[in-house]
Design a protein around this ligand. Structure first.
Ligand SMILES: [Zn+2]
Length: 322
């Protein structure tokens, strides 16, 4: 399943509205600055005149000294402009157009070095929000991120484990673009494994990465719907995003129904993401023997071979915090 025409149109209408809003804000801001410092406009007009004169003089073969004079005046105008703006707490950027997304200028599309048009990260994020119903996750990330992290509910070995896991998670975020890594966050209910995956998701979304956060139940529902719908009409954009997003977080693996479809599609997914060097985080309270039993040896060997296992222990934080 990919975006329906209606969903696509609604994203494009959103971009229209953003561009209109920013165009108005840009005009207002420029008007305010030019009204306050009318000399700026006069200098800009003069700079345009100087450019025209310079071209004219070059074409007419005027003496170099005359052309140099024009250039000196143009430089002087730039210096004056800069110092006037700076002495009033402004910068040249304050006169530039305003954009929500500086990469695509709020069009939703960018061009690669070959001139091919592709979706901007901000479009991908909107698409993912719609396709995977991620708006709830956004709310969750406001509550659960590194700034909300506390060690006050842990002690002893539990505390050491948590601190060690936090270090690995921070390192995962810091080196995300340099090192390909995967994590398994393992622990019983309420030990903080989902919290840590939220911390990572939050940081990576801030730095414009595409992140899909799904409970294991929702993930296998999506995969089953695709598999059993008999609809092969589209290229499978919904599943394509699962293979291609920068980070896939599978929350609470083991809470879904256990069957051979689940086992084989989990293998297919983590195997494909591994081939594409796309990171995955799995949180689960299953131990290794249970993972082998539910998903078979090949899943277990992929996980033990390519994932860093972090074990979290302690009391159920959810009841403690309440
Ligand atoms: Zn963009």
């Amino acid at each position: 399943m990919s975006l329906t025409n209606e969903q696509y149109d609604s994203i494009m209408r959103e971009y229209d509205a953003i561009r209109n809003r920013n165009a108005r804000a840009t005009t207002e801001k420029q008007k305010m600055i030019y009204n306050k410092f009318p000399e700026l406009k006069a200098w800009e007009n003069r700079a345009v005149t100087l450019k025209v004169q310079k071209v004219k003089q070059i074409m007419e073969g005027a003496p170099q000294s005359s052309i140099d004079n024009l250039e000196d005046e143009a430089t002087m105008l730039l210096v004056n402009r800069m110092s006037l703006l700076e002495s009033n707490g402004l910068s040249p950027e304050d006169l530039e157009p305003i954009y929500d997304c500086k990469d695509c200028h709020d069009t939703g599309y960018i061009y690669d070095s070959y001139g091919n048009r592709e979706k901007c990260h901000c479009f991908r994020e909107r698409e993912i929000n719609i396709l995977y119903n991620q708006s709830g996750i956004r709310q969750l990330l406001k509550r659960e991120n590194f700034s909300k992290l506390t060690y006050k509910y842990h002690e002893g070995e539990d505390l050491n484990r948590l601190k060690g896991a936090v270090d690995v998670c921070r390192d995962f975020v810091d080196n995300f673009d340099k090192e390909y890594k995967n994590l398994v966050l393992n622990g019983t209910v309420g030990t903080g494994k989902s919290f840590l995956s939220c911390c990572i998701a939050s940081e990576l979304l801030e730095s414009y990465h595409s992140v899909i956060y799904l409970s294991a139940i929702s993930l296998f529902e999506i995969l089953a719907k695709k598999q059993f719908s008999g609809d092969y009409s589209d290229k499978g954009e919904e599943t394509e995003n699962l293979y291609e997003c920068d980070l896939l977080i599978i929350d609470d693996l083991g809470t879904e129904l256990s069957n051979s479809f689940v086992a084989s599609s989990l293998f297919g997914l983590i195997n494909e993401r591994d081939l594409r060097r796309k990171s995955t985080i799995i949180s689960t309270n299953l131990g290794l023997p249970e993972i082998r039993e539910r998903y078979a040896d090949r899943v277990l060997s992929r996980l033990t071979g390519n994932y860093i296992f972090l074990k979290l222990t302690g009391k159920d934080l959810r009841t403690l915090v309440k």
